[in-house]
Design a protein around this ligand. Structure first.
Ligand SMILES: NC(=O)c1ccc[n+]([C@@H]2O[C@H](COP(=O)([O-])OP(=O)(O)OC[C@H]3O[C@@H](n4cnc5c(N)ncnc54)[C@H](O)[C@@H]3O)[C@@H](O)[C@H]2O)c1
Length: 275
Protein backbone atom coordinates (compact mmCIF):
# COMPACT_ATOMS: atom_id res chain seq x y z
CA UNK A 1 0.00 0.00 0.00
CA UNK A 2 1.41 3.37 -1.02
CA UNK A 3 1.50 6.33 1.34
CA UNK A 4 2.80 8.75 -1.31
CA UNK A 5 5.85 9.41 0.88
CA UNK A 6 8.08 10.23 -2.11
CA UNK A 7 5.50 11.89 -4.35
CA UNK A 8 7.28 14.42 -6.61
CA UNK A 9 10.75 13.32 -5.45
CA UNK A 10 13.53 12.29 -7.81
CA UNK A 11 16.37 9.96 -6.94
CA UNK A 12 19.37 7.94 -8.13
CA UNK A 13 19.69 4.32 -7.00
CA UNK A 14 23.05 2.53 -7.19
CA UNK A 15 23.48 -1.24 -6.95
CA UNK A 16 20.42 -3.15 -8.20
CA UNK A 17 21.96 -6.31 -9.69
CA UNK A 18 19.09 -8.78 -9.46
CA UNK A 19 15.78 -9.31 -7.64
CA UNK A 20 17.58 -10.21 -4.40
CA UNK A 21 19.52 -6.90 -4.27
CA UNK A 22 18.58 -4.50 -1.49
CA UNK A 23 18.70 -1.70 -4.11
CA UNK A 24 16.22 -3.59 -6.31
CA UNK A 25 13.65 -3.73 -3.49
CA UNK A 26 14.38 -0.10 -2.61
CA UNK A 27 13.77 1.01 -6.22
CA UNK A 28 10.41 -0.79 -6.35
CA UNK A 29 9.38 0.67 -3.00
CA UNK A 30 10.50 4.21 -3.89
CA UNK A 31 8.57 4.00 -7.16
CA UNK A 32 5.50 2.69 -5.32
CA UNK A 33 5.78 5.71 -2.99
CA UNK A 34 5.72 8.07 -5.99
CA UNK A 35 9.41 8.73 -6.84
CA UNK A 36 10.95 9.17 -10.28
CA UNK A 37 14.17 7.19 -10.63
CA UNK A 38 17.50 6.89 -12.39
CA UNK A 39 19.10 3.46 -11.90
CA UNK A 40 22.83 2.84 -12.19
CA UNK A 41 25.37 0.04 -11.99
CA UNK A 42 28.66 -0.92 -13.67
CA UNK A 43 28.50 -1.74 -17.38
CA UNK A 44 29.49 -5.35 -16.54
CA UNK A 45 26.73 -5.73 -13.92
CA UNK A 46 24.23 -4.30 -16.38
CA UNK A 47 25.25 -6.99 -18.87
CA UNK A 48 25.25 -9.84 -16.33
CA UNK A 49 22.27 -8.74 -14.25
CA UNK A 50 18.62 -8.15 -15.05
CA UNK A 51 18.28 -4.42 -14.35
CA UNK A 52 16.44 -3.71 -17.60
CA UNK A 53 13.41 -5.52 -16.14
CA UNK A 54 13.54 -3.30 -13.07
CA UNK A 55 13.92 -0.17 -15.20
CA UNK A 56 10.81 -1.14 -17.12
CA UNK A 57 8.85 -1.80 -13.93
CA UNK A 58 9.94 1.55 -12.46
CA UNK A 59 9.81 3.53 -15.71
CA UNK A 60 13.38 4.57 -14.89
CA UNK A 61 16.32 5.81 -16.93
CA UNK A 62 19.38 3.51 -16.76
CA UNK A 63 22.83 5.15 -16.78
CA UNK A 64 25.91 2.89 -16.57
CA UNK A 65 28.61 4.13 -14.18
CA UNK A 66 31.49 2.65 -12.22
CA UNK A 67 31.14 4.20 -8.75
CA UNK A 68 34.95 4.37 -8.42
CA UNK A 69 35.26 6.64 -11.50
CA UNK A 70 34.71 10.35 -10.84
CA UNK A 71 34.34 10.87 -14.60
CA UNK A 72 31.53 8.27 -14.78
CA UNK A 73 29.85 9.80 -11.74
CA UNK A 74 29.96 13.30 -13.25
CA UNK A 75 28.33 11.94 -16.43
CA UNK A 76 25.71 10.12 -14.35
CA UNK A 77 24.76 13.18 -12.31
CA UNK A 78 24.61 15.39 -15.43
CA UNK A 79 22.35 12.88 -17.20
CA UNK A 80 20.13 12.45 -14.13
CA UNK A 81 19.69 16.23 -13.74
CA UNK A 82 18.89 16.56 -17.43
CA UNK A 83 16.38 13.70 -17.18
CA UNK A 84 14.72 15.14 -14.07
CA UNK A 85 14.89 18.72 -15.35
CA UNK A 86 16.70 19.94 -12.22
CA UNK A 87 18.10 18.94 -8.85
CA UNK A 88 17.87 15.52 -7.19
CA UNK A 89 16.11 14.70 -3.88
CA UNK A 90 17.79 11.46 -2.85
CA UNK A 91 20.58 8.97 -3.60
CA UNK A 92 20.94 5.35 -2.47
CA UNK A 93 24.52 4.00 -2.36
CA UNK A 94 24.06 0.21 -2.26
CA UNK A 95 27.50 -0.76 -3.51
CA UNK A 96 30.03 -3.22 -2.17
CA UNK A 97 32.62 -5.75 -3.30
CA UNK A 98 35.82 -7.27 -1.94
CA UNK A 99 38.23 -8.96 -4.38
CA UNK A 100 39.94 -10.55 -1.33
CA UNK A 101 36.65 -12.25 -0.40
CA UNK A 102 35.95 -13.16 -4.03
CA UNK A 103 39.38 -14.80 -4.34
CA UNK A 104 39.23 -16.46 -0.90
CA UNK A 105 42.19 -14.49 0.49
CA UNK A 106 41.99 -14.63 4.29
CA UNK A 107 42.42 -11.35 6.19
CA UNK A 108 45.84 -12.30 7.56
CA UNK A 109 47.12 -13.05 4.02
CA UNK A 110 45.46 -10.08 2.33
CA UNK A 111 46.41 -8.98 -1.16
CA UNK A 112 46.97 -5.21 -0.77
CA UNK A 113 46.02 -4.37 -4.36
CA UNK A 114 42.72 -6.14 -3.72
CA UNK A 115 42.42 -4.38 -0.34
CA UNK A 116 42.71 -0.96 -2.03
CA UNK A 117 40.04 -2.05 -4.53
CA UNK A 118 37.74 -3.12 -1.67
CA UNK A 119 38.12 0.29 -0.02
CA UNK A 120 37.67 2.14 -3.32
CA UNK A 121 34.51 0.26 -4.38
CA UNK A 122 32.87 -0.15 -0.99
CA UNK A 123 33.78 3.10 0.82
CA UNK A 124 35.64 5.77 -1.19
CA UNK A 125 32.93 5.51 -3.86
CA UNK A 126 30.55 7.16 -1.35
CA UNK A 127 33.03 10.04 -0.99
CA UNK A 128 33.25 10.31 -4.79
CA UNK A 129 29.44 10.27 -5.19
CA UNK A 130 28.98 12.92 -2.49
CA UNK A 131 31.89 14.98 -3.86
CA UNK A 132 30.38 15.10 -7.36
CA UNK A 133 26.90 15.92 -6.01
CA UNK A 134 28.37 18.64 -3.76
CA UNK A 135 30.49 20.31 -6.45
CA UNK A 136 27.65 20.27 -8.98
CA UNK A 137 25.17 21.49 -6.35
CA UNK A 138 23.04 18.58 -7.56
CA UNK A 139 21.01 17.84 -4.42
CA UNK A 140 17.96 19.83 -3.37
CA UNK A 141 17.72 21.52 0.03
CA UNK A 142 16.78 18.82 2.61
CA UNK A 143 17.92 16.09 0.21
CA UNK A 144 18.87 12.67 1.58
CA UNK A 145 21.73 10.24 0.91
CA UNK A 146 21.73 6.72 2.35
CA UNK A 147 24.50 4.09 2.16
CA UNK A 148 24.38 0.50 3.38
CA UNK A 149 26.66 -0.80 6.10
CA UNK A 150 27.14 -3.79 8.38
CA UNK A 151 27.86 -4.15 12.12
CA UNK A 152 31.32 -5.60 11.36
CA UNK A 153 32.34 -1.91 11.23
CA UNK A 154 32.03 -1.84 15.05
CA UNK A 155 32.62 -5.44 16.10
CA UNK A 156 34.75 -8.14 14.53
CA UNK A 157 32.95 -10.82 12.57
CA UNK A 158 35.33 -13.57 11.51
CA UNK A 159 35.12 -14.09 7.76
CA UNK A 160 33.89 -10.56 6.94
CA UNK A 161 37.50 -9.82 6.03
CA UNK A 162 38.48 -6.39 4.62
CA UNK A 163 34.82 -5.43 4.12
CA UNK A 164 34.82 -4.65 7.87
CA UNK A 165 37.47 -1.96 7.33
CA UNK A 166 35.59 -0.66 4.29
CA UNK A 167 32.35 -0.36 6.28
CA UNK A 168 34.12 1.52 9.11
CA UNK A 169 35.46 3.99 6.51
CA UNK A 170 32.07 4.23 4.79
CA UNK A 171 30.36 5.19 8.06
CA UNK A 172 33.04 7.79 8.79
CA UNK A 173 32.68 9.34 5.32
CA UNK A 174 28.90 9.58 5.86
CA UNK A 175 29.51 11.55 9.08
CA UNK A 176 32.22 13.81 7.61
CA UNK A 177 30.22 14.68 4.50
CA UNK A 178 27.02 14.87 6.54
CA UNK A 179 28.48 17.84 8.42
CA UNK A 180 29.60 19.66 5.26
CA UNK A 181 26.50 18.94 3.17
CA UNK A 182 24.21 19.69 6.11
CA UNK A 183 25.74 23.15 6.42
CA UNK A 184 25.67 23.72 2.66
CA UNK A 185 22.11 22.66 1.82
CA UNK A 186 20.52 20.85 4.81
CA UNK A 187 21.32 17.57 3.05
CA UNK A 188 21.31 14.57 5.38
CA UNK A 189 23.71 11.63 5.03
CA UNK A 190 23.18 8.37 6.92
CA UNK A 191 24.19 4.73 6.82
CA UNK A 192 21.87 1.82 7.54
CA UNK A 193 23.51 -1.14 9.25
CA UNK A 194 21.49 -4.02 7.83
CA UNK A 195 21.02 -7.63 9.03
CA UNK A 196 22.74 -10.39 7.05
CA UNK A 197 20.67 -10.69 3.86
CA UNK A 198 20.72 -13.37 1.15
CA UNK A 199 21.99 -11.45 -1.91
CA UNK A 200 24.91 -11.81 -4.37
CA UNK A 201 27.16 -9.65 -2.14
CA UNK A 202 26.00 -11.49 1.01
CA UNK A 203 26.61 -14.95 -0.40
CA UNK A 204 30.30 -14.14 -0.99
CA UNK A 205 30.99 -13.95 2.75
CA UNK A 206 32.42 -17.19 4.17
CA UNK A 207 30.00 -18.98 6.51
CA UNK A 208 27.17 -16.66 5.41
CA UNK A 209 24.40 -19.23 6.01
CA UNK A 210 25.57 -19.90 9.60
CA UNK A 211 26.00 -16.17 10.22
CA UNK A 212 22.47 -15.60 8.90
CA UNK A 213 21.01 -18.32 11.18
CA UNK A 214 22.97 -17.10 14.23
CA UNK A 215 21.90 -13.46 13.76
CA UNK A 216 18.31 -14.56 13.18
CA UNK A 217 18.27 -16.60 16.41
CA UNK A 218 19.99 -13.92 18.51
CA UNK A 219 17.84 -10.98 17.35
CA UNK A 220 14.56 -10.65 19.26
CA UNK A 221 12.77 -9.60 16.07
CA UNK A 222 14.75 -11.92 13.76
CA UNK A 223 16.75 -10.74 10.75
CA UNK A 224 15.41 -7.83 8.73
CA UNK A 225 14.82 -8.78 5.09
CA UNK A 226 15.81 -6.81 2.00
CA UNK A 227 12.15 -5.69 1.64
CA UNK A 228 12.08 -4.48 5.25
CA UNK A 229 15.28 -2.57 4.50
CA UNK A 230 13.64 -0.97 1.45
CA UNK A 231 10.80 0.27 3.68
CA UNK A 232 13.30 1.83 6.08
CA UNK A 233 15.28 3.43 3.24
CA UNK A 234 12.11 5.08 1.92
CA UNK A 235 11.41 6.66 5.32
CA UNK A 236 14.91 8.19 5.24
CA UNK A 237 14.23 9.66 1.78
CA UNK A 238 10.89 11.06 2.94
CA UNK A 239 10.22 14.40 4.63
CA UNK A 240 9.35 12.56 7.88
CA UNK A 241 13.03 12.21 8.86
CA UNK A 242 14.40 15.64 7.97
CA UNK A 243 16.60 16.08 11.04
CA UNK A 244 18.17 12.61 11.04
CA UNK A 245 21.73 12.93 9.79
CA UNK A 246 25.31 11.66 10.30
CA UNK A 247 23.90 8.50 11.91
CA UNK A 248 24.64 4.83 11.54
CA UNK A 249 21.15 3.37 11.97
CA UNK A 250 20.82 -0.27 12.96
CA UNK A 251 18.18 -2.15 11.01
CA UNK A 252 18.82 -5.58 12.44
CA UNK A 253 15.91 -6.79 14.57
CA UNK A 254 17.75 -5.87 17.78
CA UNK A 255 20.95 -7.86 17.07
CA UNK A 256 23.28 -4.92 17.80
CA UNK A 257 21.90 -4.45 21.33
CA UNK A 258 21.67 -8.11 22.33
CA UNK A 259 24.43 -9.58 24.50
CA UNK A 260 22.89 -12.86 25.52
CA UNK A 261 19.73 -14.63 24.43
CA UNK A 262 18.72 -17.59 26.66
CA UNK A 263 17.41 -19.73 23.77
CA UNK A 264 20.67 -19.36 21.84
CA UNK A 265 22.70 -20.31 24.94
CA UNK A 266 20.46 -23.35 25.50
CA UNK A 267 20.97 -24.54 21.92
CA UNK A 268 24.73 -24.12 22.35
CA UNK A 269 24.94 -25.93 25.70
CA UNK A 270 22.69 -28.78 24.45
CA UNK A 271 25.13 -29.19 21.55
CA UNK A 272 28.06 -29.34 24.01
CA UNK A 273 26.35 -32.03 26.18
CA UNK A 274 25.90 -34.29 23.13
CA UNK A 275 29.70 -34.17 22.39
N1 LIG B 1 23.70 -8.85 1.95
C1 LIG B 1 24.05 -8.57 3.21
O1 LIG B 1 24.09 -9.46 4.09
C2 LIG B 1 24.34 -7.15 3.60
C3 LIG B 1 24.29 -6.77 4.96
C4 LIG B 1 24.61 -5.46 5.31
C5 LIG B 1 24.97 -4.55 4.31
N2 LIG B 1 25.00 -4.94 3.01
C6 LIG B 1 25.41 -3.96 1.98
O2 LIG B 1 24.33 -3.68 1.14
C7 LIG B 1 24.85 -3.15 -0.09
C8 LIG B 1 24.14 -3.85 -1.25
O3 LIG B 1 24.49 -5.21 -1.30
P1 LIG B 1 23.45 -6.38 -1.58
O4 LIG B 1 23.48 -7.29 -0.41
O5 LIG B 1 22.16 -5.85 -2.06
O6 LIG B 1 24.19 -7.21 -2.74
P2 LIG B 1 24.25 -7.00 -4.33
O7 LIG B 1 25.37 -7.88 -4.78
O8 LIG B 1 22.93 -7.25 -4.93
O9 LIG B 1 24.65 -5.47 -4.50
C9 LIG B 1 25.97 -4.99 -4.55
C10 LIG B 1 26.04 -4.06 -5.76
O10 LIG B 1 27.28 -3.37 -5.84
C11 LIG B 1 27.50 -3.18 -7.23
N3 LIG B 1 28.89 -2.77 -7.51
C12 LIG B 1 30.03 -3.49 -7.30
N4 LIG B 1 31.10 -2.79 -7.73
C13 LIG B 1 30.63 -1.60 -8.20
C14 LIG B 1 31.23 -0.46 -8.76
N5 LIG B 1 32.56 -0.38 -8.94
N6 LIG B 1 30.44 0.58 -9.15
C15 LIG B 1 29.09 0.54 -8.99
N7 LIG B 1 28.47 -0.53 -8.44
C16 LIG B 1 29.22 -1.59 -8.07
C17 LIG B 1 27.17 -4.54 -7.82
O11 LIG B 1 27.04 -4.53 -9.22
C18 LIG B 1 25.87 -4.83 -7.09
O12 LIG B 1 24.76 -4.34 -7.80
C19 LIG B 1 26.36 -3.37 -0.04
O13 LIG B 1 26.98 -2.17 0.39
C20 LIG B 1 26.49 -4.43 1.03
O14 LIG B 1 27.78 -4.44 1.63
C21 LIG B 1 24.67 -6.21 2.61
Amino acid sequence: MSHGLLKGKKGIIFGALNEQSIAWKAALKAREEGAELVLTNTPLSLRLGTMDQLAEQCNALVVPADATSVEDLEGLVDKAMEHFGGQIDFVLHSVGMSPNIRKNKPYEYTNYDFFFKTLDISALSLHKVLGVLYKKDALKEWGSVVALSYIAAQRTFEGYNDMADAKALLESIARSFGLLYGKKAHVRVNTISQSPTRTSAGSGISGMEDMFAYADALSPLGNASASDCADYIVTLFSDLTKHVTMQNLYHDGGFSSTGLNAEVVETYTKGLKKD
